[in-house]
Design a binder for this molecule. Sequence first.
Ligand code: GLU
Length: 488
Amino acid sequence: MSLRVRFAPSPTGYLHVGGARTALFNWLVARKENGVFVLRIEDTDRDRSSDDMVRAIVDGMSWLGLEWDEGPYSQGAAVERHKAEALRLLEEGKAYRDFTSPEELARLRREDPDAVIHFPRQAAAELGEAEAERRAAADEPHAIRFRVPEGETIWKDRVHGSTRFRNADIEDLVLLRADGSPTYNLAVVSDDAHMEINLVIRGDDHISNTPKQILLYEALGYPVPEFAHAPMILGPDGKRLSKRHGAAAVGEYAGQGILPEAMMNFLALLGWSPGTDEEVMTPQELVERFSLDRVVKKAAVFDPEKLAWLNGQHLNRLPLDDLAERVLTQLDPELGQVARDRQSADPAWFSQILDLLRARARTLDEIGVKLRPYLVDEIAYNPKAVKKHWLKRPDEAADHLDALHARLGQVLSPNGWTEERLEEELRALASEREVGAGKLIHPLRVALVGEAVSPGIFEVLVAMGRDRSLARMSAGSLWIRSRETDES
Ligand code: GLU
């Protein structure tokens, strides 16, 4: 039978990093093995679930590119089946009615946590079956508990290897609560069996549920699936990853200029490695390389720096027209329109600039910000850059800009305005003025892009074009001189 896996999130309002990693591992295995990937929303807790929350999960998965083959199914829609399974176990003597009140249980748990494991079963035995049926018929509130059999429960976890639990340590779990609602363990087993899931991949916070679920599969007469428990994810401070670490919803990274393929790559490496030095992988490469054998038990650490680095790597591998589209949709509408107009007028020019900017960028947003000086007339000067390269020796800086304007102004576009020619002219000017080339390049860079860093200055001049570059030199010089007059 072919592989069937599932992702079964509780709809808590967003797709968090841990959930996304679980979803991804399932997706990777399904794609690699030609299996079926089922999405099931565990919305039994009706108060906490809503359509918006389901949408948040579905949107997060779609953004990441984790398409599912079946679903999204709603767990809540199968409540009647869950109840029927519990009643069947009751009829077969594999479950029993428990009339212990929640208050009493809480008290027992406080007083002797070990004894409480056996209490409900003893109380039920003392009550006797006939009395239990009579009280149930009289609508007395009670839970239905699974009668955990004796022995041991062992499974061969695909990550943790042979894993065993003594059944004596497992409490007779509640299947149906006093209000008639099914519990997680019953619902998940019933659904996984019903959907013919044969491999359950989830976070290792569920390990202690697994023996209970295996016992339920056996009691219900269903085939037991395989299990793989992925390691938990810690924040950079070594504590369990949470919203505190700023890593709540996966979708939030879209707003920060992270590419979905970089996020996918990053998530895959949380607990898995290909066993080589290779780190940057496309979704297709991940599918080819992924295997549960290389998922580790040790907790993984979420490192935002690594995400940024991977994003930079993916930015530099995207086809340029694809990158252009993504940058454009990220820009504010006004600049976006200007950029689109310029792009359609000269697509090659637009691609050239993106190629230049992406070499140093780590997010789409960064490219958007750096693109601005190539598109608009007025630019903002970074105060730090101004202080460092203009205002230490303002006269000199303004003078250099004027000289550059005069000199480079003699170079004609389009044929002359090349990197080689501009470099030649600038270096000649520097030696005439008896200064190092840097003395001209630094103030020039601030004038052109407003920053102390940029791609190579000659590439910038070419990408910006003759007219805009010359206008920026004049504007820079003017700005410095007007500042000087202000201050004198
Ligand atoms: N709804 C559970 C969760 O979000 C799923 C557990 C499972 O995969 O079995 O943790």
